[in-house]
Design a protein around this ligand. Structure first.
Ligand SMILES: Cc1ncc(COP(=O)(O)O)c(C=O)c1O
Length: 399
């Protein structure tokens, strides 16, 4: 009998949903292959697909637009994914501020995705400055640090809504209001939030908001940045005048249509998905603790999104656990990074004050719409033997 494969790595990526593929097919084939900038019928057919996707995304993010605080279709700027959207937000705001003679300085939280952290670093490399906002033990950005950064003057503050490694949820509405009151653009990386927790930008006065397609059943290589104030950002890619010159380049029409379809589905299914994922996560954590009683759930003291669980298993290292789990047909992620041959805890766990020995022993399990109780069952059945093996090996190596 073929081995049952278990995919618990949905925060890394998800398969393309059949409904999304279906929506994309006309734009991949001969039916609507035109360049959306062309005025003829071929171009108009492609443009119609792009415009529909913008409407779907604006609607799913709160709709309404205008002064009411929602999102207008024209504010949706397509990019090659979450990474590019994050770079456009952070570097684009910094360049726009420099041009205006405002501080060439950005502030980002210490637990941001590398797309934001490295973009902030790039600003520093260009002669600007990066401020890293520390977080508490539960992963929340400290108010005092934000206030200090705002008092110094920054081009943009960037804080993710949901962290991709531990699932920590930030008080985004409060942080956004604080930045708005200070007159500073606020960027939210919403890649792990959208579709997982209720997201409506009608209530959130953020200037910029990132989403990525492949986390919600659209293909890899498509994402969007909602830009509510065009003057806040300067382009970081130069070319034709597409997308108001904010992100020129011929649009990835099939990807955009796929993103629009995936966003619509994710918004409609969010509440049901969250309930199912939270039940699976709680079950996983309870049952892992039953078979590995000294396991530690990271980030559990604060609010968490339902689809991510970070579990440290003392006396092991996550790379070895990951390898053995893979051999058993179970896919998840590690909470550590292998740099220069040594396993190091991730910057997220380090920033949250997780001790090193737990940081190097962290696994991330993340749920998607296809996971079931049987997946948790398979993990819990395989885990004790694997932990025993890895602990034994680790004890021998460190003797
Ligand atoms: C929070 C967060 N931001 C940004 C990204 C980058 O998105 P993409 O893979 O579309 O470049 C990811 C993907 O891992 C993510 O989890």
């Amino acid at each position: 009998m073929p081995k049952r494969l278990v995919y618990l790595d949905n925060a890394a990526t998800t398969p393309v949903r059949p409904e999304v593929l279906e929506a994309m097919l006309p734009y991949l084939g001969r039916e609507a292959f035109g360049n959306p900038s062309s005025p003829h019928r071929f171009g108009r057919a492609a443009r119609a697909g792009v415009d529909q996707a913008k409407r779907s995304i604006a609607e799913a993010l709160g709709g309404g637009g205008g002064g009411g605080g929602g999102v207008e279709p024209a504010q949706v700027i397509f990019t090659s994914g979450g990474t590019e959207a994050d770079n456009l937000a952070v570097i684009g705001c910094a360049l726009a501020a420099r041009d205006r003679g405002d501080p060439f300085r950005v502030a980002v939280s210490a637990i941001e995705h590398k797309a934001v952290l490295a973009a902030a670093h790039a600003v520093a490399h260009l002669g600007g400055e990066e401020i890293i906002l520390p977080v508490s033990g539960s992963g929340e950005v400290a108010d005092a640090a934000l206030n200090e950064a705002l008092a110094r003057g920054v081009a943009v503050v960037s804080v993710m809504w949901v962290n991709n490694e531990v699932g920590v949820v930030q008080p985004i509405a409060r942080l956004a209001a604080r930045c708005r009151d200070a007159g500073v653009p606020f960027h939210v990386d919403g890649v792990q939030a959208f579709g997982k927790i209720p997201v409506s930008l009608s209530d959130i006065p953020c200037t910029l908001f990132t989403i990525s397609g492949h986390k919600i059943g659209a293909p890899k290589g498509i994402g969007a940045l909602v830009v509510r104030d065009r003057h806040a950002v300067e382009a970081i890619i130069h070319g034709g005048g597409q997308q108001f010159g904010i992100r020129p380049g011929t649009e990835n029409v099939p990807g955009i249509v796929g993103l629009g379809a995936a966003v619509e589905l994710a918004a409609r299914e969010q509440a049901a998905f969250a309930a199912r994922a939270a039940a699976l996560r709680d079950d996983l954590e309870r049952r892992v603790l039953a078979v590995v009683p000294d396991a530690v759930i990271n980030g559990a003291s604060g609010p968490r999104a339902p689809h991510v669980s970070s579990v440290s298993i003392p006396g092991t290292d996550s790379e070895a656990l990951l390898m053995h789990l893979d051999l058993a047909g179970i896919a998840c992620s590690s909470g550590s990074a292998c740099s220069t041959g040594a396993v190091e805890p991730s910057h997220v766990l380090t920033a949250m004050g997780v001790p090193r020995e737990l940081g190097v022993a962290a696994l991330r399990f993340s749920f998607g719409k296809e996971n079931t109780e049987e997946d948790v069952e398979a993990l819990v059945a395989a885990l004790p033997k694997i932990v025993e093996k890895v602990r034994h090996l680790s004890a021998v190596l460190h003797r």
